[in-house]
Design a binder for this molecule. Structure first.
Ligand SMILES: Cc1cc2nc3c(=O)[nH]c(=O)nc-3n(C[C@H](O)[C@H](O)[C@H](O)COP(=O)(O)OP(=O)(O)OC[C@H]3O[C@@H](n4cnc5c(N)ncnc54)[C@H](O)[C@@H]3O)c2cc1C
Length: 424
């Protein structure tokens, strides 16, 4: 097999989904990836994420599909409840998630762990460190880490999420690329107050949506409390000041009834508390010199798309495939990666920008109308048509990036063997 002769060493910033997935492919193609992660150890917390469409095939080729199936959230379905906790209507999980056969859902942390365990023996991981400075001199990139270590790499990949450190160092501040979609989302682990088992419960209030779910594999006594609230203005807070973020959440839901006071109060003890704007990252270009961005760092489609994980996994497959196919020419590879990914990314971002408006409804009568639909639809002849429309829209987005074949040899296989499919 032919290993790359130039551009062999690749520093990847971020060990969540995109980073370890890229490391897996790069190692197979003969590159030498190093992953640096700011957290002191693998971050295993999170929320449930969808694996649909193109991402299912990518996971199969990575050889992780069975592990994903084994770690499935296995949700049975969900319901809307009114302010008295009475069920308005229910739906099975397939319809909620717009899923077709083969699609699955897993907790983000479980997916990160699967990818990490598949790569840790072959890939160098540096936990508890971060890139402090980058100097791309055209022939390579000199990297200074926050720990003070200095090393030189052929290429650097920023897979460090929506608030990417790599993007800030090379392209500029977040504000230049962030398009706020008018709402915030918060999620954290809490006691399972509603006694849910593989079930999600939704409650809508003007400009707000609350979702509580407990997935398979979740400890029986825990659930995820998730809150979405519209806010025309962007809130001002420090991303590292969790106490302030908890106060912002409590203020947004102050005075609300149903179970909200209890659910919000649980934020006080949550160690994995998350609050962020629902926003897109939009960039004219994802690479500069020898540095390239991947996943949410390049093109966050927001939780409203339900596709960020799929795009991160697919992007890792495409970036590694193009680097291997381009025979050491990273410029050609970065251009091709962007050509393959961009139309699908943009479609998903449009989908998210439209869907975010549906997540919260601005008035009581709009909520009443939606609840009437939720209540009556399952008894009408159009229920299958509506379910099909939801599924078709989601599936179009999930298949928006094609599965490109890369006819390059992979580790452990004879030169000339076909696509990396053989290694799945
Ligand atoms: C509430 C919520 C719900 C979601 N639901 C879905 C869903 O249903 N379906 C779906 O497909 N997607 C969903 N997503 C989106 C999905 O989580 C992301 O799109 C996906 O995780 C992107 O992966 P990533 O690896 O690009 O970035 P991230 O998962 O954000 O990972 C970035 C990594 O970089 C690390 N890092 C950050 N800064 C540094 C630094 N300075 N140095 C080194 N490392 C650093 C972080 O610690 C992290 O490990 C959801 C997101 C949220 C917030």
């Amino acid at each position: 097999m032919t290993h790359p002769t130039a551009n062999r060493t690749v520093l990847i910033s971020g060990a969540s989904v995109a980073g370890p997935a890229l490391a897996l492919w790069l190692h197979r193609y003969g590159f030498v990836p190093t992953v640096v992660e700011r957290a002191p150890e693998l971050r295993t917390g999170g929320y449930k994420v969808d694996i649909r469409g193109t991402a299912v095939e990518v996971c199969r080729r990575m050889g992780v599909l069975d592990a994903i199936r084994a770690g499935s959230t296995d949700m049975a379905g969900g319901s809307y409840v009114d302010a008295k906790g009475r069920t308005v209507g229910e739906m099975p999980a397939e319809i909620f998630g717009g899923r077709v056969e083969g699609d699955d859902e897993i907790m983000r942390g479980d997916l990160a762990r699967i990818l990490y365990e598949r790569t840790r023996d072959d890939v160098e991981y540096l936990f508890g460190d971060s890139i402090a400075a980058l100097d791309d001199d055209g022939g390579g990139v000199d990297v200074t880490f926050e720990s003070g270590t200095r090393r030189r790499f052929d290429l650097v990949v920023g897979a460090d999420g929506m608030h990417s450190n790599t993007r800030r160092l090379v392209f500029g501040e977040d504000e230049r690329f962030e398009r706020y979609l008018g709402a915030y989302i918060s999620i954290f682990t809490a006691p399972n107050r509603l006694g849910l088992t593989r079930w999600e419960t939704y409650h809508a209030r003007p400009d707000k949506l609350i979702c509580v779910y407990s997935a398979a594999g979740e400890q029986a006594h825990t659930a995820k409390n998730c809150f979405v609230f519209a806010s025309p203005e962007q809130l001002s807070y420090d991303h590292r000041d969790t106490a302030h973020q908890k106060r912002l959440l409590a203020d947004a839901f102050a005075g609300d009834d149903w179970e909200i006071p209890r659910l919000i109060a649980d934020a006080a003890d949550a160690e994995d508390f998350y609050l962020d704007a629902i926003a897109l990252i939009e960039m004219d270009r994802w690479s500069s010199g020898r540095v390239v961005l991947l996943g949410d760092a390049a093109h966050c489609a927001s939780p409203a798309s339900g596709q960020g994980t799929g795009l991160a996994l697919t992007g890792a497959y495409v970036l590694a495939g193009e680097l291997a196919a381009a025979h050491d020419d990273h410029r050609t590879a970065f251009d091709a990666y962007e050509r393959v990914m961009r139309p699908g990314v943009e479609l998903n971002q449009r989908f998210a920008a439209g869907f975010v408006k549906e997540m919260t409804l601005s008035s009581r009568w709009k909520i009443a109308l939606r609840m009437a639909m939720v209540r009556t639809l399952p008894r009408t002849p159009w229920k299958n048509l509506v379910a099909k429309k939801i599924r078709d829209d989601i599936q179009r987005a999930a298949h928006a990036v094609p599965v490109k074949e890369y006819r390059v040899p992979v580790r452990g296989y004879e030169p000339g063997c076909a696509a990396p499919t053989v290694s799945a």
